[in-house]
Write a protein that binds this ligand. Structure first.
Ligand code: NAP
Length: 310
């Protein structure tokens, strides 16, 4: 299957919600999907940054249909409010779970409910958002949930009995473990959707290694320092900009040939055009997925039953 990220299929008539859309991969995925004709809802926690991103897309994509909606994925109340506002809509064709802490704090931090902050942001809030918006996705013919995984899943263990890292926190483990959980959730969601006969699909995409210093400068969205540009360009051989990093998630969102359970990533592992690639056995494991699901229901306080009439 060939795919040209510069010539996307038309997405006119579809509605897409992207979390963490004011910067990085979320911004460029939103812009690319808007260029393809989708109506894009940019989920952002900061109103000024949201406005800068919406203005930038309108400037760069004439006729773009975009709006911002407030959401802080580490705040259960904020996620519930964003979901309630989404549920008032007629349709949601793509829910892109992108927001993330990519540079975790050196010391363990928690959200207002006491959950470890990286897990809360990268995983728990997205689990809650998907659970609450599933009825709307079910109403939208052939909708997709796209989760943002990572190559970091190759480099860490996944001790399910210590997901909150209460005694063993370090920033690298917190990030890698959160991304293993993201992927395991995405694949488990797809298994549950398939088992229930749902038309909704869940796919996972990773952006390779994408840095802001290799990304086009955009006022209010991406303004790396000269030093950052210089340092990032030294790694040019194996890195790409976040505009290209968005390609895998965009393909997972709108390639008509994509199917649930697929894992998309760059052709040359850390960079390149998006292709179907291999996810780790841990993140594919039904046993891991099932156990994780129970934990995420507990941490989020949100039951997530797939295939149950509501
Ligand atoms: N870049 C890579 O090479 C790479 C590799 C593997 C996976 N990924 C994944 O791709 C996704 C995006 O990464 P990125 O490189 O684009 O990161 P980024 O440039 O740091 O952007 C992260 C986005 O998430 C938002 N965000 C963070 N915490 C949030 C919260 N609590 N509520 C709502 N939004 C929040 C940020 O908003 P603020 O501006 O308000 O902070 C920002 O819009 C992440 O899930 C990351 O794990 C990236």
């Amino acid at each position: 299957m060939s795919w040209d990220p510069h010539a996307l299929p038309h997405a006119v008539g579809t509605t897409v919600m992207v979390t963490g859309a004011n910067a990085g991969i979320g911004f460029f995925a939103s812009e690319q999907l808007a260029r393809a004709g989708a109506h894009v809802i940019l989920g952002c926690r900061n109103p000024e940054r949201a406005e800068a991103a919406v203005s930038a897309i309108r400037r760069r994509v004439p006729g773009a249909s975009v709006e911002a909606t407030p959401i802080d994925v580490s705040d259960r109340g904020s996620v519930a409010a964003a979901a309630a506002s989404l549920l008032e809509r007629d349709r949601l064709d793509v829910l892109m779970l992108n927001a993330g802490i990519v540079h975790p704090p050196a010391e363990r931090a928690t959200d207002a409910d006491g959950n470890e902050l990286v897990l809360s942001t990268n995983v728990i809030g997205h689990f809650q958002l998907a659970a609450l918006t599933l009825p709307l996705l079910e109403r939208s013919n052939g909708a997709r949930v796209v989760s943002l995984g990572s190559l970091a899943t190759l480099l860490s263990r996944f001790p399910l009995d210590d997901l909150q890292l209460e005694s063993s926190y370090n920033s690298w483990t917190a990030y890698a473990q959160s991304k293993i959980a993201v992927q395991a959730f995405g694949f488990e969601l797809d298994r549950r959707l398939r088992a229930s006969g749902s038309a909704v699909a869940s796919l996972v995409a990773h952006p390779g290694y994408s840095t802001s210093g290799r990304t086009p400068g955009i006022r209010g969205v991406n303004q790396p320092s000269r030093a950052k540009r210089f340092a990032d360009n030294l790694q040019a051989a194996w890195t790409q900009g976040k505009d290209h990093g968005a390609w895998s998630a965009v393909r997972a969102a709108i390639d008509p040939d994509a199917v649930g359970g697929q894992y998309y990533g760059p052709r040359f592992v850390t960079k390149g055009e998006p292709v179907v690639t291999h996810a780790t056995p841990t993140t594919r494991s039904p046993r891991v997925g099932e156990r994780l699901w129970t934990l995420l229901e507990e941490y989020s306080g949100q039951a997530f039953r797939v295939g149950e009439r509501r």
